[in-house]
Design a protein around this ligand. Structure first.
Ligand code: SAM
Length: 211
């Protein structure tokens, strides 16, 4: 039946990958992941390992290894804005033997600011156009996944045009979570936005404050 194991690799820091994820990764005949993910799971010598981040190439590799137990590592948790969904769309649910859950970068962001992630509306502009960005401000508790182009600065500048700083809100930029360069920046003014040094991995959190 299924030959693919999707493994949630956590937000990046090796201490945030679960024991079961590491075990499942080491048990696979073929293991695909980013450099950071592969370093975290410490592959065995007899495994065929591919360091790969191109989605198209990952799909090809999965297809080429139909006869082998193939593990694919995905960022954070496989259940939210994940390559996992693309794999299922392409190969079908039956092709996937197992999805191993993990720690999402969104969970870490909320832990860092000491807030629950109940009723949080998650938006992703990772590889997506900024269409509908203004809708973010209609929600009380929001997490926005960014990317290098649609980074925290670009997104916050646009949201300021839509009135972000006019309402009572707590705003945070959470960068490189669980990694050595981790930073959580509280934003309260246009000057704070100007000062942001953007990073490759960023989540913007916006919380409305009730009177
Ligand atoms: C394709 S989404 C994957 C989200 C993933 N499924 C999860 O649960 O974290 C990638 C985005 O997640 C966020 N992200 C992932 N790892 C992160 C980290 N260590 N620090 C901050 N944001 C991170 C960034 O917004 C990044 O562009």
């Amino acid at each position: 039946m299924g030959w693919i194991v999707v493994i949630s690799g956590g937000p990046g820091g090796p201490q945030y990958i679960t024991e079961i994820a590491r075990k499942k990764a080491q048990e696979a005949e073929v293991l695909i992941g980013s450099k950071l993910q592969l370093q975290s799971v410490m592959p065995k010598k007899d495994q065929t390992v591919y360091e790969e981040t191109s989605i198209e190439r990952i799909m090809e590799l999965i297809d080429e290894h139909r006869a082998k137990k193939t593990a694919v590592m995905v960022t954070g948790d496989a259940g939210i804005y994940s390559l996992s969904q693309k794999i299922i769309d392409r190969f079908g649910k039956d092709a996937v033997k197992e999805v191993v859950p993990g720690v999402s970068s969104i969970q870490v962001a909320f832990a860092r600011i000491k807030e629950p992630w109940l009723n949080v509306r998650v938006f992703s502009f990772h590889g997506r156009p900024l269409e509908g960005l203004e809708k973010v401000l209609e929600h009380e508790r929001v997490a926005i996944l960014c990317d290098r182009e649609h980074n925290s600065k670009v997104i916050l500048r646009k949201l300021m045009d839509y009135g972000l700083l006019k309402g009572k809100r707590e705003i945070y930029v959470c960068q490189e979570l669980t990694l050595p360069e981790e930073r959580v920046i509280k934003i309260g003014s246009p000057e704070d936005v100007k000062m942001i040094e953007v990073k490759g991995r960023e989540i913007v959190v916006i919380l409305s404050i009730r009177d």
